[in-house]
Write a protein that binds this ligand. Structure first.
Ligand code: GDP
Length: 194
């Protein structure tokens, strides 16, 4: 059993975060909350790397389609006119394609963050996936107002500054995928580790 302070999670500053000059701000927010940066790198991902990053299973893809459908219903938009279908299993792959295109559009910054409840605390600091409803004070709530209503109309992914793993299992998988054999560093933070 790992010590609680050893929990790690995976974060990527997405193209909009990089292009808005928010790399430092994102890191600052993690460090301010006693989380430790234990690996960090800017890189240009390949199409295949991104394609393998996002889940390919039916359930995940259909969930993306369902989320989109609920936005269309909420705002009274015409899904048939925009997508040519209302079938969530056909819309999901479309959104997934937009996501990969968006993530390729600029270099990204990949980060491994360590600390007590790192996965949950990073998700809390990131805020809701959809920036228009993310609480002010969170990364997404403070630096984006993007919404699926707008993104779907413009046929692109919702721009929400960062990606962060949802569970410790997902973090482990994503860290392996993006960092491979690159080192994860070990040091003692003043006031956190001693
Ligand atoms: P996350 O774990 O908080 O990033 O959220 P998800 O795994 O649910 O979604 C993955 C990414 O897809 C999000 O970060 C957004 O960039 C994008 N996304 C999610 N829902 C929608 C949507 O309804 N429409 C569009 N265009 N993009 C979406």
């Amino acid at each position: 059993m790992k010590h609680p302070k050893e929990e790690i999670t995976y974060v990527m500053v997405k193209p909009d975060g990089v292009r808005k000059g928010l790399i430092g701000e994102v890191i600052k927010r993690f460090e301010q909350h006693d989380l430790k940066i234990v690996a960090l790198e800017m890189f240009q991902p390949s199409h295949d790397q991104l394609n393998d990053h996002y889940p390919k299973d039916e359930a995940w893809i259909t969930r993306l389609g369902e989320k989109t459908k609920s936005t269309y219903e909420k705002y009274g938009y015409d899904m048939l006119a925009d997508f040519g279908t209302t079938d969530t299993s056909k819309i999901g792959p479309e959104i997934r394609k937009w996501l990969v295109e968006y993530m390729k559009s600029a270099p990204l910054v990949k980060i491994i963050v360590q600390g007590v409840h790192a996965v949950d605390i990073v998700r809390k600091l990131a805020g809701d996936t959809l920036p228009y409803r993310a609480t002010v004070g969170t990364i997404r709530g403070d630096f984006s107002i993007d919404s699926p209503a707008l993104a779907n109309k413009e046929k692109r992914a919702v721009m929400n500054i960062i990606h962060c793993s949802e569970t410790p299992e997902e973090a482990e998988h994503e860290i392996k995928h993006w960092f491979g054999k690159s080192p994860i560093y070990n040091y003692k933070r003043f006031g956190v580790d001693e």
